[in-house]
Design a protein. Sequence first.
Lengths: 112, 115
Amino acid sequence: DAMVIQNPRYQVTQFGKPVTLSCSQTLNHNVMYWYQQKSSQAPKLLFHYYDKDFNNEADTPDNFQSRRPNTSFCFLDIRSPGLGDAAMYLCATSRQGYSPLHFGNGTRLTVT
Amino acid sequence: AQSVTQLDSQVPVFEEAPVELRCNYSSSVSVYLFWYVQYPNQGLQLLLKYLSGSTLVESINGFEAEFNKSQTSFHLRKPSVHISDTAEYFCAVSATSGGYNKLIFGAGTRLAVHP
């Protein structure tokens, strides 16, 4: 089945220690998104890639970076995680236009 | 700018009872609306969408939503809920930007179905 896969499902990192979350897709969608979802809150868009073009939301902290080496993979790098960065991180993909987003199951990040 | 308001943070209901989850949106341009469902520790799954055409849209598991332009609403309904419908439901509006689908989500409604 075509899908969006996030690894790992659960990630524990230490305060200030860089961490990378990964996302892969078999849908061949040209748009990939990263959302942050804190407990009992709506998902919040951090940034997205339209093909190779990176688009950062205005209020996304500089601590968050992303890489998309090819169509299938996208990474979220948190350079110096703080306690406030503990959240569920959701990767999603879509075709261009107003196609629905397809979400992975998320990575739950804990910062100790 | 587009925005979404989900009027109820929690909705408790008994099994086999009807339910309505309310969603109002704000948009100055053409509207594309979505409902997503999220089960614990999982990602979001598309439940149904309104892009154009008939204002009543249905999902495969008995949910339906009606786009009401005059009331700027997109409420989600189900005539008879099941225990397995217990989940978080998010309404979302598409923000027009560069030809791709940037979703703005509401704060979510937690549906709790009791036996």
